[in-house]
Design a protein. Structure first.
Length: 189
């Protein structure tokens, strides 16, 4: 019997193949299917992934085990670097970011989303502007984030890379939104 993980894995494989196809009929690189990675353990990540899917992104859900995502991204990025966005824990981004750096990509946007001492959600964003601070302050921030990361017009040569995320501390479950883009050449969303 086919389970949900196998369906998600098949969907990711198809989207990664789409991302790595060669030149289109008009001689221009095709617009790849955007890939959005979401930590399915968090309602915020599931909502952002749903919004990204409505914008045409392929969604890959993760939890504790990143092995399948890591292996597939590694194989696909060896062929052709392409952008990937997500809303995951800082621990997951730490692993994905290191693979991306080894395969010709870097982080161009990172947003950290955590509860402040007063219980309110605090957002700290750096890098390419994707979601305005006033939008992040609304109840619908996750949907806006998912759509914005998928729709962001990447001009890979003009975006400043961010330093890689430091190893997560004891609370590696802080949610982090991110956008990785090829260093040079690669395909943009």
């Amino acid at each position: 019997m086919i389970d949900r993980r196998e369906v998600l894995a098949a969907g990711l494989t198809v989207s990664l193949l789409t991302c790595t196809k060669a030149v289109g009929a008009a001689g221009a690189a095709p617009r790849p299917t955007p890939l959005f990675v979401a930590d399915e353990r968090f309602a915020e990540a599931r909502a952002a992934a749903s919004a990204a899917a409505r914008k045409g992104a392929a969604v890959h859900a993760i939890s504790d085990d990143l092995t399948a995502l890591y292996d597939r991204l590694d194989r696909a990025w060896r062929e052709h670097p392409f952008p990937v966005a997500g809303l995951t824990t800082s621990s997951a981004l730490f692993v994905i970011e290191r693979l991306a750096a080894d395969r010709g990509s870097r982080t161009v946007y990172r947003g950290i989303h955590r509860r402040g001492a007063d219980g309110r959600l605090v957002h700290e964003a750096s890098g390419a502007p994707t979601v305005p601070a006033e939008v992040l302050a609304t109840a619908g921030w996750t949907e806006a984030l998912g759509m914005s990361l998928v729709d962001f017009p990447l001009a890979a040569t003009s975006l400043e890379p961010l330093p890689m995320l430091a190893p997560p501390g004891p609370d590696g479950s802080v949610l982090v939104s991110w956008l990785l883009a090829p260093r040079r050449g690669g395909t943009a969303f």
